[in-house]
Ligand binder design. Structure first.
Ligand code: G
Ligand code: G
Ligand code: MN
Ligand code: NA
Length: 256
């Protein structure tokens, strides 16, 4: 309750206590940064930096995830414009969306309004949803996905392979990207089961014409193994942890 009240206050204050970190997503070919994932943190006035695992669930259960999510979308727009103004090569920014947000009837409309107000093209932002989030309430979900597609807004399936779902939704839902969950990549080079799953997932994505991001890449060995499998995009501590905007900008402009 204390955290929930603090969150409510933080939202009322216009989100000044929230900050977004950005984790680079690397192109496997050129080791160039082609994207990043926005990850929220809460700078609580007494507790200090609170990680999302400690407050996103509270935000989801209290409904506060809706205004927090809107703050995230707007802040990402502001950041994209700052990076553009600084002359950085454009990167696609991925935003995590909880099922509570996705199931909100005004989600797509609000998303579009914010991007229009901030004058950011829809193709600069991608939405990340988990399989479980996508499987809830399928009829609504299909409508929302169709609305996103009509507007050219891309969707990635986050934590792919860990949810309860059948592969048929890959055919049914129009998503552009699979993000292979870090539980499969952490010990990839030592584990036959993980190798089989990751190899099959990359093949499946290719056959379906989908992009793939391997998450949780922590070592050079794993990154090489994934590159040999033809995995096009890599994300993980081996390349970079989530960075503040200032450090992200340094990272992206570092000499090769
Ligand atoms: O950054 P970290 O690994 O601690 O994030 C933990 C989880 O919190 C992530 O898996 C992500 O799904 C969730 N998360 C992070 N930022 C956001 C956000 O802006 N919105 C939502 N809905 N979830 C987020
Ligand atoms: O569920 P989601 O994929 O959104 O979670 C992203 C979270 O995973 C981020 O909060 C980030 O801190 C964490 N993360 C990103 N890369 C790595 C990694 O290489 N190893 C570990 N252990 N965590 C990672
Ligand atoms: Mn994610
Ligand atoms: Na993930």
């Amino acid at each position: 309750v204390r955290l929930e009240n603090g969150l409510r206050q933080a939202v009322k204050d216009g989100g000044k206590e929230f900050i977004l970190y950005y984790q680079p997503v690397i192109d496997a070919d050129g080791e160039k940064i082609t994207g990043c994932e926005a990850l929220i943190r809460w700078n609580h006035p007494e507790i200090g930096l609170v990680p999302p695992n400690d407050f996103i669930k509270i935000a989801e259960e209290s409904g506060l995830i809706i205004p927090i999510g809107e703050w995230v979308i707007r802040q990402v727009c502001v950041q994209i414009k700052e990076w553009d103004a600084a002359g950085l090569d454009p990167v696609t920014v991925s935003i995590n969306i909880s099922s509570e947000q996705f199931q909100d009837a005004s989600f797509v409309g609000d998303f579009i309004s914010i991007l229009r107000e901030e004058d950011v093209p829809f193709n600069r932002i991608q939405l990340e949803m988990t399989e479980n989030g996508l499987m809830e309430d399928t009829k609504e979900t299909l409508q929302t996905l169709a609305e996103l597609k009509r507007n050219g807004i891309a969707i990635a399936i986050d934590d792919f392979g860990t949810g309860y779902s059948s592969l048929s939704y890959l055919k049914q839902f129009e998503v552009q990207t699979l993000k292979i969950d870090q539980s499969f990549t952490k010990e990839l080079t030592d584990n036959q089961g993980d190798k089989a799953i990751v190899t099959a997932t990359i093949q499946l994505a290719k056959s379906l014409g989908l992009n793939v991001v391997a998450e949780g890449v922590e070592t050079k060995e794993v990154s090489l193994y994934l590159k040999n499998l033809g995995c096009p995009h890599l994300q993980g501590f081996y390349y970079s942890k989530p960075l503040t905007p200032v450090l992200f900008e340094k990272f992206i402009t570092r000499p090769a």
